[in-house]
Design a protein around this ligand. Structure first.
Ligand code: GSH
Length: 238
């Protein structure tokens, strides 16, 4: 059986990490047997990130690579019925969510002082005082450096949120009046979109990014639909 390593639910969502939400949806979509083991430290993962899985004695990181693994190892068809053009659109939107919108989410959580206080308490609140005095700030500096390396961190606040709002408009226009990205059956692109959207819409961080998401009724309804389908018993999450 596959073991999924991830933190417990948090920030109003199935997981504080958008990639953990994405991967858990993929596992549910794949209809494979899996169990969850709590893991809060990305450094324990094979790529130094969460989520990761262990299966058949091997650890594997990265939601994308795990999706491919499920396809090859368990014959899962994540894009059933889609043509090459729709699969190409899917990949483009997965990349938009994972490699661009995600960084706006990170900015909104780690760089906004009022949200950083919430993050610090949640992730490092139980750390021994001596470590708590420098580890969180050290990690925050690391995140800032990653954002600069990515490029998004070189823009000012207003531009970063404007870029996030552009992504959200594109996603809303992509989903349009359909239940899921390509109709009544969710595919892998829905897992990626929902991961980031839930991290924005369900989380308690009041930011221009969340306000931009909530300005699209399509996105709130889509998030509710995905939650009802994949996490029907989640309830309220602090
Ligand atoms: N491409 C990876 C991204 C995973 C990722 O960035 N996870 C974050 C948590 S949301 C993480 O582990 N960050 C720790 C770090 O980068 O040091 C995936 O799709 O799984």
């Amino acid at each position: 059986m596959i073991t999924l390593f991830q933190p417990p639910p948090g920030f109003g969502a199935a997981n504080p990490s958008p990639f953990c939400i994405k991967l858990e949806v993929l596992l549910k979509m794949a209809d494979v047997d899996y169990k969850t083991q709590l893991e809060g430290n990305p450094r324990n993962g094979p790529n130094g990130k969460i989520p990761y899985i262990k299966d058949k004695g091997t650890a594997l990181g990265d939601s994308d690579r795990i999706q491919l693994y499920l396809e090859s190892e368990y014959n899962v068809e994540f894009f059933e019925g889609l043509n090459a053009n729709q699969k190409a659109q899917s990949l483009a939107f997965i990349r938009l969510a994972d490699e661009h919108l995600y960084w706006v989410v990170i900015y909104s959580r780690w760089m906004e002082d009022k949200n950083w206080r919430i993050i610090k308490k949640r992730f490092f609140g139980k750390m021994p005082l001596i470590l708590r005095m420098f580890v969180p700030n050290m990690l925050r500096k690391g995140v800032r450096k990653s954002m600069t390396g990515h490029g998004i961190g070189r823009h000012d606040r207003a531009t970063i949120y404007a870029m996030g709002a552009e992504d959200l408009t594109a996603i809303a226009d992509f989903i349009a009046d359909r239940d899921f990205a390509f109709g009544s059956t969710p595919t892998a692109v829905d897992a990626a979109l929902y991961g980031q959207l839930s991290a924005i819409i369900d989380a308690p961080f009041d930011t221009p990014l969340k306000r931009a998401a909530l300005s699209h009724d399509t996105l709130s309804a889509y998030c509710k639909r995905m939650r009802a389908r994949y996490f029907p018993n989640l309830g309220d999450v602090a």
